[in-house]
Design a binder for this molecule. Structure first.
Ligand code: GLU
Length: 290
């Protein structure tokens, strides 16, 4: 049997904190317990927020924690062609359309719709796409694209769900509401998600699904903040004919005020803890892996 493959996939847009340490250590421990492999993937498609110095810090902090990973590390910014190919596949199925509204226009559209009552929000709390770019004619689309207008490429969620109905995933960990075992997908809760933009041929959802398949990841260990996004990931896997990994979502490490940690929260940053004299064993204890 092939050894299981795990991955830790941070974005180099800030310094790692205790929440990252917990996720990375869980992946590392599971890989060791199961005789599996651990990969590290740098999710750096957002060029405006990612910095090389944060990537260097990721390597240093993980090594300090005692984590070992396989090389070469996959850096998403070096594989845009893979994501473009997947996007073209979805386009060929007629599941992708360009939407030209700016963020400000979207906010205005949502406000206008909310005059009649609350507009639906996705599991992260963002309003679903309120526009009607899906109904633009082919001529209108080409005209707008030729004019140089910026656009986002969105998944036609209704059409996608018609093609891939009644999906589920195998949850080996636990969702925010205690979901475990076979979890039915509800991708429609996300509306017409963005798959790419004019300048970037991918998005988080698309690249994570393409990479996990290309890298042969068999068990995805990650935080519960991504639990509901798994619905979109399963849908994309089926539409793209990719294998199904198992998922193990873990609890989130929170600060004293019970908030999810952010990359700017200094007190829980690994560097700050290290400077304060905390050891790698101390970090394990802090996240409950002692
Ligand atoms: N890059 C994502 C993050 O830093 C994690 C992606 C994943 O584990 O699926 O939150």
């Amino acid at each position: 049997m092939m050894p299981p493959v795990f991955r830790f996939a941070p974005s180099p847009n800030g310094l790692l904190h205790l929440g990252h340490a917990y996720s990375a250590l869980l992946n590392f421990d599971r890989a060791r317990e199961t005789g599996g492999r651990l990969l590290l993937r740098i999710e750096d498609i957002d060029a405006t927020r990612c910095r090389p110095e944060y990537e260097t810090a990721i390597y240093e902090d993980l090594a300090w924690l005692g984590i070992a990973w396989e090389t070469p590390v996959r850096r998403q910014s070096e594989h845009l062609g893979d994501y473009r190919a997947a996007l073209e596949r979805l386009s060929a199925l007629g599941l992708v359309y360009p939407a030209f509204e700016s963020r400000a226009e979207i906010a205005r559209l949502v406000a206008a719709r909310e005059v009649d009552g609350p507009w639906p929000r996705d599991p992260d709390g963002a309003p679903l796409y309120p526009g009607d770019a899906k109904s633009l004619s082919a001529d209108e689309r080409s005209h707008l694209i030729a004019s140089g207008a910026p656009y986002a490429l969105r998944l036609d969620m209704q059409a996608a769900c018609r093609r891939a109905a009644r999906l589920s995933w195998n949850e080996r960990g636990e969702g925010p509401d205690g979901e475990r075992g076979i979890v039915p997908v509800r991708p429609e809760a996300w509306g017409d998600v963005i798959l790419a933009r004019k300048e970037t041929p991918t998005s988080y959802h698309l690249s994570v699904v393409v990479d996990d398949a290309l890298q042969g990841v068999s068990e995805i260990v990650r935080g519960q903040d991504l639990f509901y996004a798994t619905s979109v990931h399963r849908l994309l896997q089926v539409l793209l004919g990719l294998p199904e990994p198992a998922y193990r979502h873990h609890r989130l490490i929170r600060d004293e005020a019970c908030r999810k940690l952010s990359k700017s929260s200094r007190s829980t940053g690994l560097r700050a803890l290290r400077a304060a004299g905390i050891t790698p064993a101390g970090v394990r204890q802090l996240v409950g892996l002692g």
